[in-house]
Design a protein. Sequence first.
Length: 239
Amino acid sequence: MTAAMTILTRHDQLQLARIPLLSGLPDPVRATVLDRSSVLSLSRGETLFVQGDSADRLFIVLEGWIKVFRLTAEGGQTVLHIFRAGESFAEPAVFGLGRYPASAEAAADSRLLAVPGSALKTALEQDSGLALKLIGVFAQRLNAMVAETERRQFLSTPLRVAAFLLDLIKADPDLARETGEISLRLPYDKALIAARLGMTPESFSRALAKLKDMGVDAQGATITIPSAKDLADALETGI
């Protein structure tokens, strides 16, 4: 893992504009927080932090994907979430728990903005509205966890894969505008996607094969979908 001065590209600025914790801060406060932050570069598979480490920083993904997981008693991994560009994580650990309750590593080559908890705590003193933004972030994260649990419990494996593909489309402005056929690349390896969706790699492959009945074609990491509407309809009606 390498750290650099806080040199943010135009693309980085666009990602930060999606982060409620930063986007609504007064310009001087936001500038101070960014000045105290640093950009980290991680290679795929590189560890960011380990469960139990002191939580002194929260992170914003600028590029890539970050896997957050806990180790099982058998030495395996339970994937809790995979964060994409434009998302922040570790806020509860920094502002409440004091230690990271899970581990994190790069699921792909990634760049992150590491924000010291002390910088945001100072910002809290200068802008009381930040506390409301934090509550909103926590509520949003809780809702996402509930939705993820519901998907695992109530959706069949093909529908879980369909929902995952639809999420990828919605997160990409260019793909989200498409009304016809869509081609996308899976953002990380299929075994990790399977773990994220609560299934085995073999189940994931069978689920993709099932989606072929509705026109979804998988060629390696490239997935071709008739339309986003077809996926949404499948989630509404079941397959």
